[in-house]
Design a protein around this ligand. Structure first.
Ligand code: BES
Ligand code: MN
Ligand code: ZN
Length: 491
């Protein structure tokens, strides 16, 4: 991770400089100074490239003089619309433009109290997963390692940074997990990596095959039975409220952790199947979120639970038509072994509400291809039995740029889960199948306030965005951290 320091707003004498430029708001002190130092090169370049500070635009000036190697500007948009999110996105664009430089400064004197968010945007955009590249040419390697953020309000920035840096570290935990190939990150290895986070103050419990059998996790175990890798459930507790879980009920986050989803006997087509290494993104995001909450010592009691399995076809695999008994006691007819995420969540959700009596539960899951058909890659699907929780989640999503769109639920969708032989079946017809999937899960929340985020379209990106290089996004982590900070933390 890039090293960040904050200094007072004085123009560096050389090196690489990033400018955050508001649209139509006049030059900030530092960009004016940079323009003067370079004999007007900045103004000339802006005019020549018609750069006006519009949101989402950048302008790069190479060797502008005065000893600068390059000056990169990124637009903040109109000052009246300035939000921390806008600052992060513009700074993320600067980080991309400055990636070839080992050391760089960002002039954040125009963003008031949001300078720490400039650092966050730059750090998030600079994420790399290159542990498996042994022959990368030096010219292909990003170099940016040291970032100075120049601010007129250093005190505020320095006070805000540790919590934001903890969030960035959590995002990197998630992206590292989600990026790993499935031959490395199988359920036992996933659990081992989670155990390494105990140093943050998380209490971590790992359940193996035998324990899950004793508990009666028939739904989760049915998915796992075709794999040579044994399943795991991992429970992470963060006690930050200064009271026990009994005195101050926790919030609960639950993640789908299918380390690879072949579809099982209902096997998927070959094309694109490699994407199913990130079918554990819900679990990866819950783990990163718990690391972020612990890392910033959030004043909340929280529990994170992940169900970790591999869905494989084999001689021991579950067959279409099998009936399993879930931990809740409800029986399930498994008509399609590729609708496995809901089978994993069913047992983990039931365990979460039984064990912790949480204030609410939010699950994250790459659950359905149908949510991509409905919402594309811009919004994740939000399903909830609680309007208040849904409203809070949607607002947190807007604020953090991790946008949610609430989907309908209702009895007539639920009815489609009726089975001829068991309490329910695990698939319905294709129409509305993200919704009926949510209804399946809802049968395991036992009336607790609950929301389900279907992140199949947002967990992985095939192109760079302002604050994330292509690949694992950690979508959901920042929005859930924000939900906690806004509404569930002691102030
Ligand atoms: N993991 C998939 C959903 C998915 C698809 C995630 C694309 C990310 C990208 C899930 O387990 C699955 O296979 N869902 C099926 C459900 C169907 C069998 C009812 C689907 O969406 O086709
Ligand atoms: Mn599947
Ligand atoms: Zn899946």
């Amino acid at each position: 991770m890039i090293d960040v320091t904050f200094t007072d707003a004085a123009l560096p004498q050389s090196g690489a400089l990033g400018l955050l430029v508001g649209e139509g708001s006049g030059a900030s002190g530092l960009w004016h100074a940079a323009d003067e130092a370079t004999g007007g090169a900045v103004t000339r370049a802006f005019a020549a490239s018609e750069f006006t500070g519009k949101e989402g635009t950048t302008c790069t000036i190479l060797a502008p003089g005065a000893g600068f190697s390059r000056i990169v500007a990124a637009g903040l948009g109109k000052e009246a619309d300035l939000t921390p999110r806008r600052v992060e996105e513009a700074a993320g664009a600067l980080a991309a433009g400055l990636a070839r430089e080992a050391v760089a400064a960002i002039a954040a004197d125009g963003v008031g109290a949001h300078a720490a968010h400039a650092a966050l945007g730059a750090v998030l955009r600079s994420y790399r997963f290159d542990i498996y590249r042994t022959r990368q040419k030096p010219e292909d390697k990003p170099k940016l390692a040291l970032l100075t953020v120049l601010t007129g309000d250093r005190g505020t920035a320095e006070a805000a940074w540790p919590a934001l840096q903890a969030i960035a570290r959590g995002v990197f935990v998630t992206r590292d997990l989600v990026s790993e190939p499935a031959n490395i990150l199988n359920p036992p290895e996933f659990a081992t990596r989670i155990e390494k986070l105990a140093g943050l103050g998380l209490k971590i419990e790992v359940f193996g095959q035998a324990e899950l059998e004793t508990l009666g996790f028939g739904s989760l175990l049915g998915v796992s039975q075709g794999s040579a890798q044994p399943p795991r459930m991992v429970v992470m507790q963060w006690q930050g409220a200064g009271k026990s879980f009994a005195e101050d009920r926790p919030v609960a986050f639950i993640g789908k952790g299918v380390t690879f989803d072949t579809g099982g006997i209902s096997i998927k087509p070959a094309g694109g199947m490699e994407d199913m290494k990130w079918d554990m993104a819900g679990a990866g995001t819950v783990v990163g979120l718990m690391a972020a909450l612990a890392g910033r010592r959030a004043k909340v009691n929280a529990v994170g639970l992940v169900g970790l399995v591999e869905n494989m076809p084999s001689a021991t695999a579950q067959r279409p038509g099998d009936v399993v008994r879930s931990y809740s006691g409800q029986t399930i007819e498994v008509l399609n072994t590729d609708a496995e995420g809901r089978l994993v969540l069913a047992d983990v959700l039931w365990y979460a509400q039984q064990t912790f009596d949480p204030r609410f539960m939010v699950d994250l899951a790459t659950l359905t291809g149908a949510i991509i058909v409905a919402l594309g890659h811009e919004h994740a699907g939000l399903f909830s039995n609680d309007d208040d929780l849904a409203t809070k989640l949607a607002a947190a999503g807007t604020a953090t740029g991790e946008k949610l769109w609430r989907m309908p639920m209702g009895r007539d969708y639920d009815k489609q889960l009726k089975s001829d032989i068991a309490d329910m079946k695990n698939i319905t017809g294709r129409p509305g199948s993200s919704i009926t999937a949510a209804h399946f899960i809802a049968r395991f929340v036992n009336e607790k306030p609950w929301a389900h985020l279907d992140i199949a379209g947002t967990a992985w990106a095939t192109k760079d965005s302002a604050v994330a290089p292509k690949g694992a996004t950690a979508f959901g982590l920042r929005l859930l951290d924000r939900l906690v900070a806004e509404h569930f933390e002691a102030k």
